[in-house]
Design a protein around this ligand. Sequence first.
Ligand SMILES: Cc1cc2nc3c(=O)[nH]c(=O)nc-3n(C[C@H](O)[C@H](O)[C@H](O)COP(=O)(O)O)c2cc1C
Length: 209
Amino acid sequence: MINQLYDVIHRRRDVRGQFTGAPIAADVLERVLAAAHAAPSVGLSQPWDFILIEDDGVRDTFYQHVRGERDVFAATLEGPDAERFSRIKIDGVRESSLSVVVTYDPDRGSPAVLGRHAIADAGLYSVCLAIQNLWLAATAEQLGVGWVSFYREPFVRELLGIPSHVRPVAWLCLGPVTHLESRPDLERHGWRQRRPWQEAVHQGRWLGA
Ligand SMILES: Cc1cc2nc3c(=O)[nH]c(=O)nc-3n(C[C@H](O)[C@H](O)[C@H](O)COP(=O)(O)O)c2cc1C
């Protein structure tokens, strides 16, 4: 049991290029969404919602927007970084079976959100934990997940009819995959390496990195 958990944690990958487009069985999707909804949340506010998008037209509209934002980022790069980035795929919006947009509603359970009075971001942290639960559950179900953040929030709000006070936190691509790579795409393309976990651990107080 414990080994299975660690196995899923280490096998989880951000997927862009390995989606098959095959359908997701309804019971599998239910388990994955229920796992997301089982996440901890500040004051038990459960500030997340999940918008499921199968429509090709909506997904294509979003994809075109992502392409534009890719160009915006690419324009900030020079030399080897620009060359490396040009080879990196940043989304599987059109190839994946389903898009899941995860949102954050800061008004849910407010004004008395127990534990959020000093740290407003605690609500957002809660949504990210739901996303991680979804990601791990999907991995255990042999599905891939890709997190796309190359978008402007107002664009996604408008596209999906999300109220103005609600934030679209993640556009997730979900679906069956041919396989999960053993190393992150960004490592494989020489963009950045994962640092050893020991470097992230400090004893007693912050010491210069
Ligand atoms: C908040 C967040 C936003 C991300 N946005 C993107 C994105 O827009 N496009 C993309 O290809 N990957 C995106 N990723 C995936 C990361 O690049 C990926 O997690 C990282 O390179 C490590 O790889 P791994 O998840 O396979 O371990 C995002 C991840 C997070 C946590």
